[in-house]
Design a protein around this ligand. Structure first.
Ligand code: ATP
Length: 384
């Protein structure tokens, strides 16, 4: 679809001058994209009432705004909870995957990532699992709804975290938006249960002053090795908050520090900060602190050193994951899509399974590999 047609339709529908839209495209605030005959514009940063990650879909003159999923405020101290909320607080599990908004537009079920892109892979996988459930939801409760949820499991290009209940790929709904607002939690649950989709676990509904219950929930999540919680007002009168477990802080560091020159850098300070305040609020004994410090140290050092050893022994430092698509066309679309977003991946192995389903092993090289090789060769540090 020609960009001019997209801009004309959007301009007519939203009452924004075409010149302004063109300017936004030139300044790269808006990015034009296309998926299966649908043209769309992605807000790469916030602009006026449009959040980052907002997508405007266009087909045959029909225009639909899908607002971005808002950022969730993190808390470092649980004592922020009574100050933030009004009375009751819904405590939900925070799943470690990636955020996907599902909509129905031009008779197609589309999966939109946090950044606002229609991901051909996620769209295909969600359709394979839940196309009928989702169509039913939109038919019964309104085509203007936006289903927001987390894709979890290991078979995806973004976040590979193993969950026993979803080892490969699944979708758990955590919110439903109407326009740019969330519908109340009870209504959300009724809709999801009615159509048979899965939703994130509710871990409790507590009084905002009952921090003992929150602490108990966190201790349980630590034992179960889960990511953390998202706290919500039952009617979304105030914004949600998030809080994560020590398990996650160390787990993130372990993953990131396999690649210190890639994810490692960005992960280090934020995860350490989260853990510092958690330790402070927990009031650990000297002995417990030493134990925690040992875990922290190992989660940083061990993966980083293991990667050096890997190279020394003739290996390479790269990231790999498996994806599974309904047919080879989706695999091509996916590679092209990643390329367009500037993520260059290599196909390591492609296997055709029954019913034409294709399984592919994808490899992404890491900066760390190059940096480590340079250091091993010269002994010089790339940083002062
Ligand atoms: P931010 O929200 O600040 O933009 P981020 O994109 O780095 O941060 P996270 O820190 O992982 O994301 O936390 C927010 C994300 O958590 C949400 O965007 C959503 O994808 C995910 N999430 C998992 N479980 C839930 C849940 N129960 N409710 C809301 N979001 C959840």
């Amino acid at each position: 679809m020609a960009l001019n047609n997209i801009l004309e339709s959007v301009s007519n529908k939203l009452g924004i001058e075409e010149g302004v839209l063109k300017d936004l495209v030139e300044r790269r605030t808006l990015r034009p994209m296309e998926y299966h005959g649908i043209g769309y514009l992605v807000f790469r940063r916030e602009w006026k009432k449009f959040r980052e990650g907002t997508t405007i879909l266009v087909k045959d003159g029909e225009v639909r705004i899908v607002h971005g999923y808002p950022s969730i405020q993190r808390i470092l101290l649980l004592k922020a909870i009574p100050r933030h909320f009004i009375d009751d607080v819904v405590v939900e599990e925070k799943l470690d995957g990636y955020n996907v908004r599902v909509v129905l537009f031009a008779d197609q079920i589309l999966a939109i990532t946090r950044g606002g892109y229609i991901c051909p892979y996620t769209t295909a996988r969600i359709r394979m699992l839940y196309e009928e459930f989702l169509r039913n939801l939109f038919k019964k409760y309104g085509e203007n709804l936006v289903v927001c949820g987390e894709v979890i499991g290991t078979e995806n290009p973004y976040v590979q975290h193993y969950y026993p209940e979803a080892p490969t790929f699944d979708y758990y709904v955590f919110d439903i938006m109407r326009d740019r607002f969330f519908i109340p939690v009870t209504e959300r649950n009724e809709i999801i249960d009615d159509v048979g989709l899965k939703r994130v676990r509710r871990l409790g509904v507590i009084d905002k002053n009952d921090l003992d219950s929150v602490k108990e929930i966190i201790r349980k999540l630590e034992r179960e090795e889960r990511e953390g919680i998202v706290l919500k007002d039952p009617k979304h009168r105030v914004k949600a908050l998030k809080y994560t477990t020590s398990y996650t802080h160390f787990h993130d560091l372990e993953l990131g520090m396999k690649y210190p020159f890639d994810e490692g850098r960005g992960f280090l300070f934020s995860r350490i900060l989260r853990e510092i305040w958690k330790i402070y609020e927990e009031g650990l004994s000297e002995e417990e602190l030493e134990e925690r410090a040992k875990r922290l140290g190992l989660s940083i050092l061990k993966p980083a050193i293991d990667s050096i050893k890997l190279i020394e022994e003739g290996g390479a430092v790269y990231e790999e994951y498996i994806i599974r698509v309904p047919d080879i066309k989706v695999l091509d679309e996916f590679i092209e899509y990643m390329d367009k977003l500037g993520v260059h991946v290599a196909l390591a192995q492609v296997t055709t399974l029954e019913n034409g389903v294709v399984k592919a092993r994808i490899i992404k090289m890491k900066e760390t590999d190059l940096e480590y090789r340079r250091i091993l060769r010269t002994g010089y540090s790339p940083l002062d």
